[in-house]
Every structure is written in C-alpha cells, then in structure tokens.
Design a protein around this ligand. Structure first.
Ligand code: CUA
Length: 347
C-alpha cells in the first residue's frame, strides 16, 4: 500500500513539475511575481539553473520510482510462496554504487549552482555601470540615481541594455528587495551595503515586493519596476530633473500653501519648496514628491495614483497602511481637495 501511494505521489510530483516548467516557458508573466518569466541576464541565469536542477531531479525521480516499482513487481514475496526473499550483506559493488552515484548527482548540482552564484553576485562590475541606490524604509522604497541627480520613490525606472549596479541600504530594519522577473532577491540590511548588478532587456512594467518581514505593513511594501528603452529612459530622466510645477492660481495654488504650512514639508521634499541640501533630502523621512503626479501608484505601490486614493491616503494613512509613520492632518474637505489638486499637479 505504501509503495503504491508513493508511486502515485511521484507521478503527481512529476506532472506538477512539468506543468511548472511549461508555465515558465511563457514569454510574459501572467502573475505579477512570477519567477519563471525572466527578463534580465541574471534572472535568466537563475531560471536556467532552476531548469537544469529540475531536469536532473526529474531523472532521479524516474529512476528511483522505477527501481522501486520494479522491486515491488518482480521481487516481492508472492502469496503462497514458501521461499523467503533473498538477503544480501556487505556487497562492495552496491556500497560503492550508492555512495558514488549520489556524489556524482550532488556535483552535477553544485557546479552549476556555484557558477550561477559567481555570475550573479560579482565582486566587480563595469566602470560605466549606472549606480542606483535603493534605500529601504518602513514601508517604502527610495530610489536615488547619484550620477543623474534623480530621486524617486516606489517606482524604479531603468533602461534596457545597460549594466545597472544597485546599492542596497536600509534606514531601519532588515528588508528584502525582490523583483522576481528583473533582478531576483537580495536582503537589505542596516549597516551593510549589498548589491545587485544586472542588464534588463525586455521593456515593460514589473512588480516588486519586500520579502523580509519588517513590521506591520511589510506586505504593503511593494514597488514597480519600469524597464524602458534607452530613449524613453532618457526622456524620463529629463522630466525628473525639471523643477516642480508651481501653480499660480486655483485649488492647486491653495494646496501648495497648505503643503508648505502643514507638517507635510517636514518629511517630504519637493525640490525648491521643502527639504534643504541634497545631503539632507537624501534619506528624508518620506518620499520625495517633486514629480509625485507623474507616478502611477502611491503608498508603497499599493494603490493607483488617483485623486480619490490620494485623499483616502492623506485622510488616514494608518488605515491604508497600518503602522505608517505619516500623521493625520485633520484637513477640511475643501483643504483636502486643494492639497490633492496640488500633489496631482506635480507631474
Ligand atoms: Cu520591508 Cu518587509
């Protein structure tokens, strides 16, 4: 009975593995955090390793289940049989075989694994690689492009075909930077700089998520990765470097006054409005809002950037993202509309 259920479990596992492999063959992911739809050099390395090891595992599974099945069918004691099953003691050839074969299998797994680790975690990277500092906060992601002078939050933009060197820092606790399709996963540890080096090659919008439990809103610490053609990326950088919109009339202008006088300006930088030197703005307590209106999501990428959602967020941040460090402002309906109009005007 044990052997029969073992056999069926093996068949199910085999089918599940094949289904998993078939799913991975799709060019684009149906699921946002699909690790089987790689779009960069390093995620392709991870994927190749996964396929190599899985194929090897399936071969081992077939051989083991086959041998077990053979043993049951051919060598089991039959009803009415008087001869006891044969027993072997101290067979040198068998001992060597079942020590040697697993060794060969393990070497076949270790070699490509080490090769992948060395390839995806290099100690050196090209001098012309574009540095991007990733600063993890409870519970949002800050992206700083030191060579471009660009600062953004929760929405990462990178060009295709260029080596990107991510430097990972944490402002508080341990987080984990996970962008399954583009860059795999790496821990972000306070007091330690980790790194990821990659070349993305498929333009698109990808999902990211913190994958190390980091407090109340760990699950709300998401981000988006926009992989763009070099021309589109340059356009984005150009736009990010422009000064923020300064509305001179209407609700947005009134909202700008509210922003400057409410506690918003203590934590959020808007270039030329709040925040001081670059050094001070760097690692500011809340996201840089200079071009907030040009982002498609907000609050750790958990909702779309619409006036309604921005109002919902400002009204009670803790309700949207439990544990959020942003205070409630107690604005009237009219003031809220004005502040939202200002923030959305920051294209
Ligand atoms: Cu940050 Cu979980």
């Amino acid at each position: 009975m044990m052997a029969r259920s073992g056999k069926f479990a093996g068949t199910r596992l085999l089918l599940a593995t094949l289904a998993l492999l078939a799913a991975g063959c799709k060019a684009h992911a149906k699921y946002p955090l699909d690790t089987l739809a790689p779009t960069s050099d390093i995620t392709r390395s991870f994927y190749d390793l996964f396929v190599e090891v899985t194929v090897l595992d399936v071969i081992v599974l077939i051989v083991v289940v086959g041998a077990l099945f053979l043993a049951i069918m051919v060598f089991s004691t039959r009803t009415g049989s008087v001869r006891p099953p044969s027993v072997k003691h101290g067979d040198l050839y068998l001992e060597v075989a079942w020590t040697g074969i697993p060794m060969v299998i393990l070497i076949a797994i270790v070699v490509p694994t080490l090769r992948t680790i060395l390839r995806t975690q290099p100690y050196t990277w090209p001098k012309d690689a574009m540095p991007v500092e990733v600063i993890a906060h409870q519970w949002w992601w800050e992206f700083h492009y030191p060579t471009l002078g660009v600062e953004t939050a929760d929405e990462l933009h990178i060009p295709t075909g260029k080596t990107i060197h991510f430097e990972l820092f944490s402002k508080d606790v341990i987080h984990s930077f996970f962008m399954p399709q583009v860059g795999g996963k790496r821990d972000v540890v306070p007091g330690q700089e980790n790194q990821i080096t990659l070349i993305a090659d498929v333009p698109g919008e990808y999902y990211g998520q913190c994958t190390e439990f980091c407090g109340d809103s760990h699950a709300n610490m998401r981000f988006r990765v926009f992989v763009q053609t070099p021309a589109d990326f340059d356009q984005w950088v150009k736009h990010q470097l422009e000064p923020p919109v300064k509305p001179d009339a209407g609700p947005a202008a009134a909202g700008a006054k509210i922003f400057a006088n409410a506690p918003c300006a203590i934590c959020h930088a808007i270039r030329g409005v709040s925040g001081f030197s670059k050094e001070y703005t760097y690692g500011f307590r809340g996201p840089d809002l200079t071009h907030f209106g040009s982002r498609s999501t907000l609050a750790g990428s958990i909702m779309d950037n619409t006036p309604r959602n921005v109002a919902l967020w400002i009204r009670n941040p803790d309700e949207v993202k439990p544990g959020a460090n942003m205070p409630t402002l107690g604005l009237s309906g009219r003031e809220m509309n004005q502040l939202v109009a200002y923030l959305e005007s920051l294209k």
